[in-house]
Design a protein around this ligand. Structure first.
Ligand code: SF4
Length: 165
């Protein structure tokens, strides 16, 4: 079952009902649900595995816990900082993407995210502008496509933190 932005045009009050209905159908039919969305709060609620796409490229894949915790692909990091969270116990980094939004029909050379990436300067010799990164395994089932050194990726701080009660 493929659901492409199924609840994004709905009022918040009926989004939950729509999401519950999809999960009910999935469970009843014992099928896979491919849920396409920009709303990462809903993705976190219902997905077991997440693929993050930018300009037609899959830039990160992993279990939901892996994708929502560092190390992140730099685009995933920016997406997470845009998740609206009303809970006052939650603190969130504010990351503003700069640079041009590239055209999907005329993509930039190298990494598809290189015109907007705040980490690009940490990769030597302009590699991000020359080569599309190959998939790299960070853990079992967790891959990113990024040239950043593994030590830098692993030192990334969480975007979203929940204060202890
Ligand atoms: S490969 Fe370079 S430009 Fe692309 S996400 Fe990684 S650091 Fe940023």
């Amino acid at each position: 079952m493929v659901a492409d932005e199924p609840v994004s045009a709905l009022d918040v009050s009926v989004q939950a009902a729509g999401t519950e209905l999809l999960m009910e159908i999935q469970c009843k039919e014992k099928t896979t649900l491919l849920f396409i969305s920009h709303d990462l709060s809903i993705v976190r609620y219902l997905a077991d595995r997440v693929l993050v796409m930018y300009l037609g490229h899959v830039v990160e894949t992993g279990s939901t816990d892996q994708v929502f915790s560092p190390p992140y692909h730099p685009y995933t990091e920016a997406l997470l900082s845009a998740v609206p969270i009303a809970d006052t116990r939650v603190s969130k980094k504010h990351i503003v993407l700069e640079g041009d939004i590239p055209s999907a029909v005329n993509p930039p050379p190298g990494c598809p995210f290189q015109t907007r990436c705040r980490w690009k300067a940490q990769v030597p010799e302009g590699l991000c502008e020359r080569e599309i990164p190959a998939p790299r395994q960070l853990a079992e089932g967790h891959q990113v496509k990024c040239h950043l050194d593994e030590a830098i990726l692993r030192a990334m701080e969480p975007v979203i933190e929940i204060a202890a009660e």
